[in-house]
Write a protein that binds this ligand. Structure first.
Ligand SMILES: [Fe+2]
Length: 347
């Protein structure tokens, strides 16, 4: 069975699609979307290119969109720092592997949080698989498990450099006379690089300004890039993204690294059941491709490389009905650099 991922300029083709869809439904065809041959590692990219249509829209068709994000000077990912407090007093070595991506069991009291990201090199050009990520944090009441390994676990970035786990929002605990903000501790060890010990915080936490570590905005322990936004998803769980960028001497984290070439604006609907529409922008003439990976890092679908003008586009992915439920990473590659990705949940 094939899995379709096709690309089109935004809006204009969408209108045409609606029209043609009506015609095809009249003819008894289930979907307008052409069934492109699924491109797995055993199939040739050349074959896929022949099956892929691509067109550009004029700037006047979508006024302002082409300039939605202006190209900026090429830059490396921002280098950030370790946490001022280091590992803190509650680290326990030897935590078990995280099973089924659950750092906190489904029965754990608290507000659910899905955290994910990608491990990259400092110049953002490469993603790093097999990075060992040792995470631990307090429970909903602000207490650490000092006897066992509850909410302590180890996972790894997958073959595409992605990692993901679900847990709860850590509770707050007193540090002297004030509460520490909610935080997750990490020891991160990319293969070939030294271990990095740091902490992750969450935007909007009112205890950040009073925290000696989380409030630092410059210098060696600058926490700015380790305070991430979290948003509620359709499952009433919070989601956050934290990319880990390594240079061999330290970890940097930045969510919107290297978006001067292009980005994925949205994937919708999300969660999805049968079809996903991916809206993305290209900010300067570039070779562009889109790939869909599962949590294990296996390629599920690809829209092969094309040379695109700076515009906004969309692609549709219509996977087989047998596609496993779960989380998928939709990635945008521009000029041989994986520039951006978003998660999509198949239900
Ligand atoms: Fe802590």
């Amino acid at each position: 069975m094939g899995r379709a991922l096709e690309r089109a300029p935004f809006l204009f083709v969408q209108l045409i699609q609606r029209f043609v869809l009506l015609q095809l439904n009249e003819a008894g065809v289930n979907s307008f979307h052409q069934k492109l041959q699924f491109m797995d590692a055993s199939k040739s990219r050349r074959q896929f290119l022949r099956n892929t249509t691509l067109a550009a829209i004029t700037a006047t068709a979508l006024p302002g969109i082409a300039n939605a994000r202006k190209p900026q000077a090429q830059q490396d990912c921002n280098k950030t720092t370790l946490d001022y407090y280091g590992q803190g007093p509650f680290y326990t070595a030897g935590a078990p592997e995280i099973v089924n991506n659950l750092l906190a069991s489904e029965n754990e009291t608290g507000t659910r949080l899905i955290l994910s990201g990608v491990v990259r090199t400092l110049d953002c050009t490469q993603q790093i698989p097999n990075t060992v990520i040792d995470a631990w944090h307090a429970n909903d009441a602000g207490a650490y498990d000092t006897q066992g390994f509850n909410m302590r676990g180890i996972t790894s970035s997958n073959a595409q450099g992605f990692y993901l786990f679900e847990t709860i929002l850590p509770g707050k605990y007193l540090n002297g006379s004030s509460y520490r903000p909610r935080h997750i501790h990490f020891k991160i060890t990319p293969p070939g690089f030294s271990m990095i010990t740091t902490q992750l915080y969450f935007e909007g936490d009112t205890d950040i300004p009073g925290d000696a570590a989380a409030s630092l905005t410059s210098g060696t322990y600058d926490a700015t890039e380790r305070i991430i936004p979290i948003t509620l998803n359709g499952d009433n769980k919070y989601e956050g993204t934290w990319d880990i960028i390594v240079d061999g001497a330290g970890i940097t984290g930045i969510q919107d690294a290297h978006l001067n070439n292009g980005m994925i604006y949205s994937v919708a609907p999300n969660p999805f059941s049968d079809k996903l529409t991916i809206h993305y922008g290209v900010f300067k003439p570039s070779k562009v491709s889109i790939c869909v990976f599962n949590l294990s890092g296996s390629l599920e679908a690809t829209l092969d490389e094309q040379f695109l003008a700076p515009q906004k586009y969309f692609a549709t992915w219509q996977p087989d009905s047998g596609l496993s439920k779960g989380i998928y990473f939709i990635t945008l590659k521009v000029n041989d650099m994986q520039t951006h990705y978003l998660k999509a949940v198949k239900i």
